[in-house]
Design a protein around this ligand. Structure first.
Ligand SMILES: Cc1cc2nc3c(=O)[nH]c(=O)nc-3n(C[C@H](O)[C@H](O)[C@H](O)COP(=O)(O)OP(=O)(O)OC[C@H]3O[C@@H](n4cnc5c(N)ncnc54)[C@H](O)[C@@H]3O)c2cc1C
Ligand code: SF4
Length: 540
């Protein structure tokens, strides 16, 4: 007989760890099953980026990889960041999940901490307008946004972006601005009336899970400039930090190196056990459960549910409504920064955000502005329309003036976008077929918003070099959602209730993005964490 105050959680990403932490705080015994590939130990933890380049025995190996796999080749589809070798473990072995793909390029993570071991830590609460399709309002999430902020440390302040983002509890003082970002803020202050009133554009601080002061074992950001390669001070939050916190709790058991394959379904439609396999094709284990919470990430969670149904009934189900945020990268050059030195001792990721308002709050457009400091220059150099020598000269002369706006667009559930098990895929080879077709109105929405972004940048004294804007493929934003939507009505198959409980399997909770009925433009992970905590608080 399994105790009722036990819960089995699959996955140690942002969703899984914050579900687990709240469940533990309620007195539950939590067992976490996770593939859980581990990060390499940070090298020279006190060194800044320049010291690393100068003092490492093999700096090229560290920054670009032993076989130069960290180099973005000129045909690399115009991305500005690659995965550095120190983060390869985050995506290792994920490709085997991808079967035939149409219009979608997914990433999968089997890391301890999930995808957010490689994230840029942007944390934005959804507002009531964006939650219109959810079966609850901001008030139900607010305490959990505050609690997650208390746990992980989020910096931010009330500013012009506050009109789009509610102020929750436990915000820390923002990180200091770099010279380039400060210059953009000053220009915004001069042009505020035009930008707000004519373009509906607002500039403010991004909210980021990077510490501006020490918190427990984690140290405040001291501007080492190594964020992309992994923050050695733990200033930039990653969920593996929470796994370590949970491991100190008596009620928590972490089973790493185990891949969940499916759950067994009993006569009453309840999951009775999780079937998992030792990573590397090892032994199969049967873990009895009275309460299962899947937090493997939207696509791997779908694979577990689809395999469970296939094993129990022989039915191959197609799940519709897959969503992801379209992202467009808009590089810019700030004329006023030309000829100035860049400061390598800087926080590497975005410090400023750009919000474009819309009469429909669900159509809000969200941008994160990253000024170029210590990122690798070669992905930019190779896209300049000159020969290598001239491109190098131009890049060096313009380094401190370069930046990029990552513009994010909302997505909604549509029947054309679906996920199913690949024909012939079985329990051992869970490849997914995925099809994604953009919404019919997408070209018009992108054209209008990107025109505004260019006008905003011009007003801030920047130019957008022609031909360098990059439409990222669907799947690139890694904000997957929507396959088991939360509804209050109970209509339709493969939905969940307001507590993310599957309607078909009453003791199975889906606590990642699977259940989101709509995907606002704001990066989703803070809401994944808050919602997972809400589900543990309300449903257990
Ligand atoms: C480069 C990059 C930058 C990003 N920046 C941001 C950002 O600034 N802001 C933001 O909001 N989001 C960002 N994201 C997205 C963010 O990382 C994801 O939204 C988030 O990690 C999803 O969390 P999750 O817990 O639902 O799933 P995941 O992070 O995918 O975690 C899944 C977990 O499940 C485990 N797992 C999977 N399958 C199985 C299985 N079968 N058995 C056992 N364990 C399994 C994995 O080991 C992992 O621990 C970024 C992502 C990337 C890649
Ligand atoms: S967050 Fe980035 S800049 Fe700050 S201490 Fe960590 S690596 Fe350095």
């Amino acid at each position: 007989m399994v105790s009722d105050r036990r819960v089995l959680v699959v996955g140690s990403g942002p969703s899984g760890v914050h579900f687990a932490q709240t469940a533990l705080s309620k007195g539950y015994q939590v067992t976490m099953v996770d593939v859980g590939r581990e990060a390499p130990t940070p090298v020279m933890p006190e060194a800044d980026l320049v010291q690393l380049k100068e003092e490492l025995a093999d700096p090229a190996g560290y920054f670009l990889g032993g076989s130069y796999e960290g180099v973005l080749l000129p045909d690399f589809d115009k991305e500005y960041y690659g995965t550095p070798p120190s983060k390869n473990y985050v995506f290792e072995d994920g490709a085997r999940f991808a079967g035939s793909l149409e219009g979608f390029e997914p990433l999968f993570s089997f890391a301890r901490g999930g995808m957010a071991e490689a994230w840029t830590a942007g944390c934005y609460p959804f507002n009531d307008g964006e939650l219109t399709d959810f079966p609850f309002s901001y008030a139900r999430l607010a305490p959990h946004y505050g609690e997650v902020a208390r746990r992980i440390g989020i910096t931010g302040e009330p500013d012009d972006l506050g009109r789009f983002m509610p102020l929750h509890e436990h915000l820390l003082q923002p990180l200091p601005l770099d010279t380039h970002s400060l210059r953009l803020v000053r220009a915004y202050e001069r042009k505020r009336a035009y930008l707000n009133e004519t373009l509906g554009a607002y500039l403010g601080r991004t909210r980021v899970a990077t510490l501006s002061r020490d918190m427990d074992e984690r140290k405040a950001c001291t501007k080492l400039g190594r964020c992309l390669w992994g923050c050695p001070r733990g200033a930039l939050y990653t969920p593996s930090q929470t796994v370590r916190t949970l491991q100190r709790h008596d009620g928590f058991r972490y089973l790493g190196g185990l891949e969940a394959l499916r759950f067994q379904i009993g006569d009453n439609g309840r999951a009775t056990a999780l079937i998992a396999r030792q990573v590397g094709g090892g032994e199969i284990q049967t873990l009895p459960t009275s309460q299962l919470a899947l937090a493997a990430g939207t696509l791997p969670t779908a694979a577990i549910v689809l395999r469970s149904i296939l094993a129990a009934t022989g039915e191959r189900v197609r799940l519709t409504g897959l969503m992801d945020n379209r992202q467009v990268l808009v590089p810019f050059l700030n004329v006023g920064m030309l000829g100035r030195p860049y400061d390598p001792a800087s926080y590497q990721y975005h410090l400023l955000g750009l919000g474009l308002s819309d009469p429909d709050p669900r159509a809000y457009v969200h941008g994160q502005i990253t000024t170029l400091k210590t990122a690798l220059l070669h992905p930019i150099i190779q896209q300049l329309p000159f020969d290598l020598r001239t491109s190098l000269l131009v890049a060096r002369a313009t380094h401190s003036a370069l930046g990029v706006v990552n513009v994010n667009f909302h997505d909604s559930r549509r029947g054309d976008n679906w996920v199913e098990l690949e024909e012939g895929a079985d329990m051992e080879s869970p490849r997914l077929r995925i099809r994604y077709v953009p919404a019919a109105d997408e070209p018009g929405r992108l054209h209008a918003a990107l025109g505004k972004v260019r006008r905003v940048l011009r007003a801030l004294g920047c130019v957008v070099p022609p031909g360098m804007q990059h439409l990222r493929p669907m799947g690139a934003s890694v904000h997957y959602a929507g396959l088991f939507p939360m509804t209050t009505s109970g209509d339709g198959r493969w939905g969940t209730d307001e507590h993310c409980r599957t309607r078909e399997f009453s003791n199975v909770l889906l606590v990642d993005g699977s259940t989101f009925p709509f995907l606002p433009a704001k990066n989703v992970t803070f809401t994944l964490m808050a919602n997972a905590s809400r589900v543990a608080a309300e449903a257990l």
